[in-house]
Design a binder for this molecule. Structure first.
Ligand code: SF4
Length: 313
């Protein structure tokens, strides 16, 4: 729990995002961790315990997120993990697609144990890529039940961009509006499946990372393999091999083989340093970053991890 150690590391990680599983009920085109029903990599309760022990030792974290993939797929593991985190005094958030909510009534059954434990954020993915039926879907049932039960629940939606495709748009038109509207980050499966539909841009313009503070991160994603990911597919170490506190304390952003270039000159500099020759046009900064990294994964074992993010499917 925050403040439980006198040694404060320079980098203050405040949130640990536990990638409970890479497995998911869906295999969305815009997913950037390439989740699917066949994806491997799921936490066990004892691994959650080990990670929380390391989080306690770090002493700067106040919030634990359980996400995926789809964390409700391993419901007993999720409930046990939330119980463990709450028992240690952490705030807890959950990200789900709400697949289990075949009705509001069923949703309430799944959510009640979490209500009893106390959740500070219930984020439900509700967009046309997850659910083409925009009026009646499992995410809506989860949100309706969650709000009625007093959860701090909110939809994770995607901005359709500009004036949007309108009320009566088909799913195809709505997806097109989202892709061209700029709210997709083209990494992982989104890079593979959707980048071709975005307006191609000169790769040399991407001289900064637009989304992650790689020099001074406040959150980190951890998967069941132990990868500490500063952005999906960029690891700063493995917490099953070295303690989390040591990995954070010794993280040198400028010396990291991938983050150093990204900080110095964004994905364009990363591509140059890695000797990657980008296509004439790329969809966005993340597309260039992901392509450059994927091109040389074999040269950076332990850094460009895990395979799940690089969609070798
Ligand atoms: S540019 Fe690279 S490091 Fe930055 S958010 Fe996009 S994929 Fe992540």
């Amino acid at each position: 729990m925050k403040g439980s150690t006198s040694e404060i590391p320079e980098i203050m990680i405040e949130q640990i995002h536990i990638l409970t599983t890479y497995m998911c009920t869906l295999a969305c085109e815009h997913c950037f961790v390439c989740s699917s029903p066949n994806a491997q990599g799921t936490f066990s309760p004892s691994q959650v315990t080990a990670l929380l022990d390391q989080t306690d030792a770090l002493g700067t974290v106040d919030t634990i997120y359980f996400e995926g993939g789809e964390p409700f797929l391993f419901y007993p593991v999720l409930i046990d993990g939330v119980k463990q985190a709450r028992g240690r005094g952490y705030k807890v958030g959950i990200v789900t697609n709400g697949y289990f909510a075949t009705s509001d009534e069923n949703a309430r059954l799944f959510l009640q144990p979490l209500k009893d434990l106390g959740i500070t954020d219930l984020s439900v993915s509700d967009d046309v890529f997850h659910y083409e039926d925009r009026k009646d879907n499992a995410a809506r049932h989860t949100l309706t039940a969650g709000m009625e039960m007093g959860f701090p629940a909110a939809a994770l939606a995607l901005d359709p961009g500009g004036s949007g495709p309108g009320m009566n748009a088909s799913p195809r038109e709505e997806k097109k509006g989202i892709i061209t509207g700029g709210s997709i980050m083209f990494r992982g499966r989104a890079a593979v499946k959707l980048s071709q539909y975005a307006e191609p841009k000169d790769w040399q313009q991407f001289t900064t990372c637009p989304y992650e503070d790689l020099a001074n991160p406040s959150r980190i994603h951890v998967d069941a393999f132990g990868n500490l990911q500063i952005c999906q597919g960029i690891s700063i170490g493995n917490c099953w091999k070295r303690p989390l506190a040591e990995l954070i304390r010794t993280y040198s952003p400028s010396a990291h083989p991938i983050c150093g270039s990204l900080i110095a000159g964004g994905p364009a500099e990363l591509a140059r340093v890695l000797g990657y020759h980008p296509p004439a046009g790329v969809a966005d900064a993340c597309h260039l970053c992901w392509l450059a990294r994927k091109s040389c994964r074999a040269k950076f074992p332990g850094v460009l991890e895990p395979a799940q993010v690089y969609c070798d499917e």
